[in-house]
Design a protein around this ligand. Structure first.
Ligand code: NAI
Ligand code: UGA
Length: 492
């Protein structure tokens, strides 16, 4: 199928690449020229394991007549990149919106990018020569409940504006209406389309796996035609037919859940809010564990074995961050407020998380007393391992607080090579051992696998004081103590 993906970030690029991998023809549109130029040159602007090889395999390359046909032919599914929105609109029977919806200071999501794209789609539907084709406009960006209808309205607005402009310049779009330029029938010039919601549940760092092995695919729509097209699009994933090694008996079909638009949008927010709640819950339990002498990792194992609770998302630590949990939980609180619903649980989830980040600094103060003039080394900066994403990373709160208290902050993260913006004032090191040199304490912020195989004896030996705060309960306390560290975990 011909698919256009507008917004080539973490979600858009992964979606486009995976759809190409299962045999669809994909055009990815982005208004960031540098990003598109890089992608056209085969450079992936983000770090996501497995993504580069899929994009490379399916990148559209013109057929070289001199090369042998087998090697030169484009694979059945392909992916192309462009800044030309109209080209994307002309191409796609299914058009995904995957632009960002970052939080505004109020906690509401910023919908300006979705609005710009929706209006652009409306204009493009008028301006491109494809007016008789039906389209499915798929909103994959996380947007507040009710946005599906609003997106439809923005598309119609964009279309109306373009139709008027076309009319004034006397384009063929409205040929025959020139005698009465103030009146025209938008429906007669606009192709039929439906807006569906298709929330995304991928996690950064395992985005490719998550896309091919989703727990469910959710489609919010009341259009049988659009639902059937979406089912066809995802069929290879639903039935695992993209994977030659999959045995249908071993893998039941992926649940394909059809809801109304508002419910699909709510599923996305409720899922993220629930996961964040689980983490804040275990972090609160962790604090109590510390006071009573229990070990939260054992407690999490004990409760996680109850199938009604489940073992996932019960890792206590420095708290949740990233581009989505913080903004999505806040957005749900804002929606509650807009509709006069109290949200005390969600507000407590946010507050617990805020305090959790600061508990790292409190632990340092407890051991080192005054932090002014002390050197603190951060192991890891990104909001989780296997990503380069620094959006709302817990490390940023810790850095801000340490700098405020007069500490010197050093850091090493395998993905972060240069100081930018919010990392001002942080000295970046090139590995864990050089980070530890002269530090009064180390803080494990991100559980990068490579930290498990560091030489802990050498790590401790290079420090002014061998203190480690393990913000992810990643290390074995015994092993760290054997290496000479004073070890502080989170709730153990
Ligand atoms: N990052 C994640 O793991 C997940 C994100 N989401 C949601 O998906 C949406 C996208 O998130 P990300 O991919 O992280 O965002 P991102 O910030 O990585 O990418 C957004 C892209 O859209 C482009 N863009 C902005 N305005 C545009 C326009 N007018 N025309 C064309 N391109 C435009 C930007 O240049 C950027 O490349 C958000 O609503 C987010 O909440 C949902 C699930 C997972
Ligand atoms: O909407 C989104 O963007 C995505 O948000 C999360 O995915 P992501 O933010 O990539 O990462 P997670 O693995 O969920 O981790 C989020 C944060 O929670 C923290 N976390 C996670 C699990 C846990 O047990 N403890 C814990 O502190 C992580 O360190 C990280 O800071 C959800 O898991 C995805 O389903 C969703 O699509």
């Amino acid at each position: 199928m011909n698919v256009t993906v507008i917004g080539t970030g973490y979600v858009g690029l992964v979606t486009g690449a995976c759809l190409a991998q299962i045999g669809h023809q994909v055009i990815c549109v982005d208004n960031n020229r540098d990003k598109v130029a890089a992608l056209q040159a085969g450079k992936i602007p983000i770090y996501e394991p497995g993504l580069e090889s899929i994009v490379f395999r399916h990148s559209y390359r013109p057929i070289d007549p001199k090369a042998d046909h087998e090697a030169a032919s484009t694979p059945p599914g392909f992916i192309q990149f462009t800044t030309d929105l109209n080209r994307g609109i002309e191409f796609g029977d299914i058009i995904f919106i995957t632009v960002g919806t970052p939080a505004l200071p109020s906690g509401d999501p910023n919908l300006q990018y979705v609005e710009a794209v929706a209006r652009g789609i409306g204009q493009g539907l008028i301006r491109t020569q494809t007016r008789s084709r039906y389209r499915v406009i798929v909103n994959k960006s996380t947007v507040p409940i009710g946005s599906g209808d609003w997106v439809r309205m923005m598309i119609l607005d964009g279309a109306a504006q373009a139709a008027k402009e076309e009319l004034w310049v006397g384009s063929s779009v409205l040929a025959g209406s020139h005698s009465n330029p103030r009146r025209f029938d938008l429906q007669s010039v606009l192709p039929h389309f439906d807006v569906v919601s298709n929330p995304e549940f991928l996690r950064e760092g395992s985005a490719i796996w998550d896309t091919f092995h989703p727990d469910r695919i959710v489609i919010g729509s009341d259009s049988p035609t659009a639902i059937a097209i979406m089912r066809q699009l995802y069929e290879p994933i639903i039935n695992h037919s993209w994977d030659p090694e999959a045995t249908p008996e071993a893998q039941p079909p992926v649940p394909f859940l059809v809801t109304d638009l508002a419910s699909a949008e709510m599923v996305k927010y409720a899922a993220n809010a629930f996961l964040a709640t689980k983490i804040s819950f275990i972090n609160e339990v962790a604090t109590i564990c510390e006071r009573v002498g229990a070990d939260v990792t054992e407690v999490a194992r004990g409760i996680g074995l109850d199938s009604r609770i489940g073992p996932k998302f019960l890792n206590a630590g420095i708290g949740w961050g990233g581009s989505c949990f913080p903004k999505d939980v806040s957005a749900l609180v804002r929606t509650g407020a807009d509709y006069h619903c109290a949200t005390p649980i969600l507000e407590a989830v946010i507050e617990t998380n805020r305090q959790q980040r600061l508990r790292i600094v409190e632990k340092l103060q407890q051991e080192l007393k005054v932090l002014k003039g002390k050197t603190i080394g951060l192991l890891g900066l990104t909001f989780k391992p296997n990503t380069d994403d620094m959006r709302d990373a817990p490390s940023l709160t810790v850095i801000e607080q340490l700098l405020k208290l007069g500490a010197k902050v050093k850091a090493y993260d395998p993905m972060i090579q240069s100081n930018q913006g919010s990392l001002a004032g942080v000295q970046l090191e090139s590995d864990a051992l050089s980070l530890a040199q002269g530090c009064d304490a180390l803080v494990l912020v991100t559980e990068w696998p490579e930290f498990a195989s560091v030489d802990f004896d050498r790590l401790a030996a290079g420090m002014r004081r061998a203190l480690i705060v393990d913000g992810r309960n990643f290390f074995s306390p015994q092993q760290m103590r054997q290496a000479g560290f004073t070890y502080l975990g989170m709730g153990r």
